[in-house]
Design a protein around this ligand. Structure first.
Ligand code: HEM
Length: 516
């Protein structure tokens, strides 16, 4: 039937079209209502469940709600919906069984700006661009060549720390939180950028302030959940201004690093001496085997991921590890005798030495369990409609996995879940995030942390060196149970109060006779 026939017969056609549309709308509505939606706490108009998340850290509030509404729960914050996952079995569904569906990322204003429009790895949607960038980071930043350099830089840095601690006035405390930040910054910057750019004359605030601000901004803004009203709140509360300044300062910092590298012809630098930025600049001059070519924004976004993803997480792990070790004398003694027995008298403890230290690995694992650095990981996002535990999940649903709660759950870890007890990992096989899901410090599936092997190894080297050379005590006769263990932060959970301990150089003569 052509258009003229339809026009000629319109008195009949219009009611027919209306009738079919009604049936179509009715079917759509009834299909929609036949969706099985995950349980959700009662919500208020406009704000949704926001009021139930106020007054305590987000991961704790969500964990409490999950006790009532189950391991698959839905919450609403303004216009946004989130699926909240709170058990190992459901985490396995998201990160393994249906990893191909839940492998994208959420769009927030700050992530858009700080990642040069999502061209980084951590916040990029699932795409061939993300795959190429991740492959590049794994092969060029974490591959064997750079890992060798990283180990060398770390051990050299530890030697200088040991020397400076040895000269430290006796019976006086050292701020380990500050020291760990310096160590990690030094290693990450040396490997990525060739040197620690902290002395670089760059306008704007200091390195640490810039990074802290970036981490704060990555938490998101009111406008992310309340598009219309939120826009005005962000504007008038000064959040938009903070984002502009925060981004401009970091961008200028990264630009200065890249410009510094561009001053030298990389052909004059030996492969051995090239840092990560040299390598990616080289790569940006030609297409790779899959026809992919890096541009300037990609390089900056990679630098941004390294700065925001690689430093804070490692620093907080070191701080929590030493805090737990000092609070648990039994663990400290056992760990020190393993480290000292494994090595005997040597000049330094390097990564190869630590591979033999099974108890050290358990201590690092137990730290990452009890103090999961990123309590809700980075939100995963579904690419299409699917079902989880019989509940329908719509496309583009943001998923928060409560890794913090799962890792502390007594129904998963037993009665002593809250205790620091590294021995629980004896005879536990398989990798967390790949084969097991009872703890997820590095997330899981294809969006898992690419540093899931290298980061714990680096933490082990630092701890082994500190415990090999020194005996440690709490300052001013403080008792173990008096150490403040409060945490704080949203994206990364740090120790609220800096960790200060008193080192005493270990008397090797005594223990050497004990060893032999
Ligand atoms: C103890 C140290 C570290 C911890 C606990 C940690 C933790 C995490 C977590 C929880 C995620 C999100 C995983 C998910 O959403 O499923 C992640 C992603 C990521 N991490 Fe780490 N991380 C650490 C060190 C590092 C380091 C040293 C780097 C190096 C630059 C790094 C780079 C990244 C990147 C690029 C991603 C995004 C991966 C993607 O989306 O494909 N992390 N990390």
């Amino acid at each position: 039937m052509d258009i003229f026939t339809i026009v000629r017969e319109w008195p009949l056609t219009i009611p027919l079209v209306l009738f079919i549309s009604c049936i179509f709308l009715y079917t759509l509505k009834s299909n929609k209502s036949s969706l099985v939606v995950p349980p959700s706490p009662p919500k208020l108009p406009i704000i949704g469940n926001l009021h139930q998340l106020l007054g305590k850290p987000r991961h704790e509030a969500l964990w409490q709600l999950s006790k009532e509404y189950g391991p698959v729960m839905q919450i609403h914050i303004g216009s946004k919906q989130f699926l909240i996952i709170s058990s190992p079995a459901m985490a396995k569904q998201i990160l393994k069984t249906q990893d191909h569906i839940f492998c994208s990322r959420e769009h927030f204003q700050a992530t858009k700006r700080l990642t040069y429009n999502f061209v980084d790895i951590a916040f990029s949607p699932h795409s061939s661009h993300w795959r190429e960038m991740r492959k590049l980071l794994v092969s060029e930043f974490m591959g064997p060549k750079r890992a060798k350099l990283s180990n060398h830089v770390l051990v050299t840095e530890m030697e200088s720390i040991i020397r400076s601690l040895s000269r430290h006035p006796s019976n006086t405390e050292v701020n380990l939180s500050k020291m760990f930040l310096e160590i990690v910054k030094q290693v990450v910057c040396k490997v990525a950028f060739g040197k620690n750019y902290r002395e670089q004359p760059i306008k704007g605030p200091s390195w640490d302030v810039m990074l802290d601000e970036a981490m704060e901004l990555l938490n998101g803004s009111v406008g992310d959940s309340f598009p219309f009203l939120g826009f005005f709140i962000d504007q008038f509360s000064g959040w938009n201004g903070r984002l502009n300044d925060g981004f401009s300062n970091l961008d200028a910092y990264i630009d200065a690093i890249i410009d510094d590298h561009l001053k030298h012809n990389t052909e004059d630098i030996s492969e051995e001496d090239k840092d990560f930025v040299h390598t990616v600049l080289d790569m940006s001059s030609k297409e790779n085997a899959s026809g992919y070519r890096l541009n300037h924004a990609d390089i900056k976004a990679l630098a941004m991921d390294i700065l925001t993803g690689g430093i804070d997480t490692t620093v907080v792990t070191l701080i929590w590890a030493m805090s737990e070790i000092i609070r648990n004398t039994r663990v400290m003694n056992k760990l020190q005798s393993e480290i000292r027995n494994c090595t005997g008298i040597i000049e330094r403890v390097d990564e190869l030495d630590t591979t033999k230290m099974t108890y050290l690995k358990m201590v690092v694992k137990e730290t990452l369990r009890l103090h999961t650095p990123a309590p809700l990981l980075i939100p995963h996002v579904s690419l299409s409609h699917t079902q989880i535990a019989g509940y329908d999940v719509s496309p583009s649903m943001a998923v928060l996995i409560n890794a913090w709660g799962i890792a502390r759950d007594p129904s998963v870890w037993g009665e002593n879940a809250a205790e620091f007890y590294p021995e629980r990992f004896e005879n536990v096989d398989g990798d967390f995030g790949r084969d097991r899901f009872e703890m997820l410090p590095f997330g899981g599936g294809r969006r898992s942390c690419p540093a899931m092997n290298t980061a714990p190894a680096n933490v082990g080297v630092v701890i082994a060196n500190l415990l090999y050379w020194f005996d440690w005590e709490l300052p001013n006769g403080m008792k173990c149970e008096e150490l403040n263990m409060e945490d704080g932060g949203t994206l990364v959970l740090g120790k609220k109060v800096p960790l200060c301990l008193v080192p005493t150089k270990h008397k090797w003569e005594d223990s050497y006779s004990a060893i032999n």
